[in-house]
Design a protein around this ligand. Structure first.
Ligand code: PLP
Length: 361
């Protein structure tokens, strides 16, 4: 199958805007007449510094990052931050964690090595099918931070509000960053692995309130210290140069689509079309409770594992790729990230209806 014949619903790494890939192809061997590829450039060269600075500026503009906050381009994935966050911010004290899925659960587990984790809320008991309401959050007085995951990639739930807490907010936005406007000033720290909605795998974006830097435990590795990385402008060591370049191209595309406000409208519409099928179906069972549903990752099943497998196989034969749910959740998952064209959503919706007509008893 050619690229023109498929829609890629992968949860990550995931679909990229075609224009960004085209630009990368154009520049691949010879970046703007300099005779070398971005992959071959020194990260200390003026040409790369320009790419770095402009990508940072574009991200700052896209998310309206206030001057109080620093943007860092790091490595190690979101998973490294599960440890880096408590090492930098916990100071051996207590932090509140909302556990609404696989990744926040892992983050809480990692943080236990560095201090006291208080579970502020958990939806584990109902299979991570919901997001707690503000009133349900059990907050610790004097907590060093409140941690949550804005969009639960595996289970398909998404926070529809920003929690009110006295402690600084720390948020994993790996799978919904740049999909809606956020008031960055309300957060102590936002971070995201790039491979869901921003760039190729290998880059982690951090947006951190500078006032929170400098609290790291003494044995924190340099590359994990926010203070050190802020001082070095992310270039203590070689940054993920190619990914930073690609992020710049994705941000150029994002701007042509109306920025994060444009993305929010599109994401609501994509998700609406798929949930409409689920809500009118006698075959599909949506996983997430209404009110907690993710616009980015739509999870559902038929209740019959063999039928689920047939759905995924039949979809792939039509070029609708990577609809199998994560192994810990089972069923199906359609990831509808920023770069998913509406035509892809419509092709999925059509297939879902046809499959139901063939298999509904
Ligand atoms: C994918 C994902 C992670 C893990 O990211 P890595 O970069 O593989 O470490 C963490 N949190 C969320 C919300 C994710 O979607």
């Amino acid at each position: 199958m050619s690229r023109q014949q498929v829609y890629n619903f992968s949860a990550g790494p995931s679909v990229m805007p075609e224009s960004a890939l085209e630009s990368a192809r154009r520049d691949l061997l010879d970046y703007r007449g300099g005779g070398i590829s971005v992959m071959e450039m020194s990260h200390r060269s003026p040409a790369f510094q320009e790419i770095f600075d402009s990508t940072k500026a574009k991200l700052k503009a896209a998310l309206q990052v206030p001057d109080s906050h620093e943007i860092l381009f790091l490595q190690g994935g979101a998973t490294l931050q599960f440890a880096a966050i408590p090492m930098n911010l916990m100071e051996g004290g207590t932090a509140d964690y909302a556990v609404t899925g696989h990744f926040s659960n892992r983050a809480a587990g990692e943080a236990e090595k560095y201090g006291t984790v208080h579970i502020a809320a958990s939806s584990a008991g109902t299979g991570y099918d919901r997001i707690p309401a503000q009133e349900e959050l059990s907050l610790t007085e004097g907590a060093k931070y409140f941690y949550y995951c804005a969009n639960n990639t595996i289970y398909g739930t998404e926070w529809q509000y920003v929690p009110e807490t006295a402690a600084p907010l720390v948020c994993d936005m790996s799978s919904d960053i740049l999909s809606r406007p956020v008031d960055v000033s309300r957060f102590g720290l936002i971070y995201a692995g790039a491979q869901k909605n921003m760039a190729p795998a290998g880059l982690t974006v951090l947006i951190v309130d500078r006032a929170l830097a400098g609290r790291e435990l003494p044995y924190t590795p340099q590359v994990m210290s926010y203070r050190t990385m802020i001082e070095a402008d992310s270039m203590l060591n070689t940054p993920p140069c190619w990914c930073i370049y690609m992020l710049g191209l994705v941000l150029d595309w994002l701007e042509t689509q109306g920025g994060v406000a444009g993305m929010e409208q599109l994401k609501r519409e994509r998700a609406r079309r798929v949930y409409e099928v689920l809500d009118n179906s006698r075959l599909y069972i949506p996983h997430a409770q209404p009110g907690s549903r993710s616009d980015m990752n739509v999870t559902f099943r038929t209740g019959d594992a063999e039928l689920d497998a047939a759905f995924v196989k039949g979809a792939a034969a039509r070029g609708l790729l990577n609809l199998k749910g994560h192994k810990v959740a089972g069923g199906m998952r359609a990831s509808l990230y920023n770069a998913m064209p509406m035509e892809g959503v419509d092709a999925l919706v059509e297939y879902m209806k046809e499959f139901e007509a063939r298999h509904h008893v």
